[in-house]
Design a protein around this ligand. Structure first.
Ligand code: PLP
Length: 368
């Protein structure tokens, strides 16, 4: 049998994601996990308690995202929208949302504008539905102007998709740019995975703009990456369209219960966000003192570094850090990050950031 003749066009366009960094982290629990932009602090005790209590009901299906009222009402409150549950639907992590949105909107030949660099899985999913990815290019400091988007819009442009704060850079596209993009005829999707660390969100704009969709996740500030829960905020008509292609029961009972319990402990969320921001600023300060090393200011929970001018490659730094027990992420030659000098460090505890800064400094100065 010639499998190539049997598989769909989508499969032929598909590519396997490289998830090796998570494998490496799970294989060696002694490594500090600074590679995946997770929260490095454990879930709230309330979450642990709620999960323990629900384990004995694991034989039952959960409620579906279309009928669930409690969590979606909590989420509407959390992001500060008045409309309630009808303005929200849920995903199995926001990665599933990145899958569902092209499935909802992209037809053969449609164009989708993506900043370059931005979160790499964005490039893959639209291709499956025959979409064409159009790169939007930043200036040298990775800033995207309104013009950089507008000049790429054609009659075929269906969607503009971007993260804010940007992954992997950590900077923010101006609110005014997004507002102006919402005045075009395109669907505008803003992935706010890291919003809590920036203190800014555009959820308040959704009521005015029927073409704006905000994606959020429990994997970052809310510290539930293993639970897999994301959600979108949009007008009810958009939510209805997404629900038509969403798999029934896509979110587990444990996802629903853990997310609800996490939102019932806002003080815990605030404390963790505060710690990440403090440690991020400390780490950025330490990196900025190292000659020839370029660290990019960040509103997220990671810092992108370019070591081109030090005479070493990102791979050299990553190896040194690994020897010291820190697993970080190579971003060399990632989309929009040319050369072999880019790597990214997730913000962990103060002790993590002191240790990583020390290794990077010593290696750069030839002392380690
Ligand atoms: C910008 C961005 N969006 C989405 C995700 C995926 O998040 P989730 O765990 O909700 O699938 C990530 C993960 O690193 C991310 O950086």
């Amino acid at each position: 049998m010639d499998l190539d003749q049997k598989v769909s066009r989508a499969v032929k366009r598909g590519k396997i994601y490289n998830m090796e960094h998570f494998h490496q982290a799970w294989e060696d629990p002694n490594l500090r996990r600074l590679m995946g932009n997770e929260l490095l602090f454990p879930p709230s005790p309330r979450v642990v308690e709620a999960l323990q209590a629900v384990l004995k009901s694991a034989n039952y299906y959960p409620e579906d995202a279309s009928t669930n009222q409690k969590l979606r009402a909590q989420l509407a409150d959390y992001v500060g929208i008045d409309g309630g549950p009808d303005w929200i639907t849920l995903g199995n992590g926001s990665m599933e949302i990145i899958d569902m949105l092209p499935m909802t909107f992209i037809d053969e030949g449609d164009e989708i504008l993506l900043p370059t660099p931005d979160y790499s899985p964005y490039t893959r999913r639209p291709l499956l539905f025959g979409g064409r990815v159009v790169d939007v290019l930043p200036d040298e400091a990775f800033n995207y102007t309104l013009q950089s988007f507008l000049q790429r819009i054609t009659p075929k442009t269906k969607m503009i998709l971007l993260s804010r704060p940007n992954a992997p850079v950590g900077n923010m596209i101006d609110r005014e740019v997004i507002e102006a993009l919402c005045d075009t005829d395109c669907m505008v999707v803003v992935d706010e995975a890291y919003a809590e660390f920036s203190g800014q969100s555009l959820c308040g704009l959704v009521a005015e703009h029927p073409n704006l969709i905000i994606s959020r996740t429990f994997s970052k500030a809310l510290g539930l990456g293993g639970i897999r829960l994301g959600f979108i905020v949009a007008q009810p008509e958009v939510i209805g369209a997404v629900n038509r292609i969403r798999m029934p029961l896509n979110v587990s009972l444990f996802g629903l219960v853990a997310a609800s319990a996490a939102l019932e402990d806002p003080e815990y969320i605030r404390t963790n966000v505060h710690k990440v921001i403090e440690n991020r600023e400390y780490f950025y300060g330490r990196l900025s003192e190292i000659p020839d090393l370029k660290a990019y200011p960040s509103y997220g929970n990671s810092i992108l570094i370019n070591c081109d001018a030090t005479g070493h490659t990102a791979g050299d730094y990553i190896q040194k850090l690994l020897e010291a027990g820190y697993l970080v992420r190579n971003q060399s030659n990632a989309r929009g990050l040319p050369g072999d000098g880019f790597f990214r460090v997730t913000i962990g505890t103060r002790e993590d950031m002191e240790g990583v800064a020390r290794v990077i400094r010593n290696f750069t100065l030839g002392e380690g």
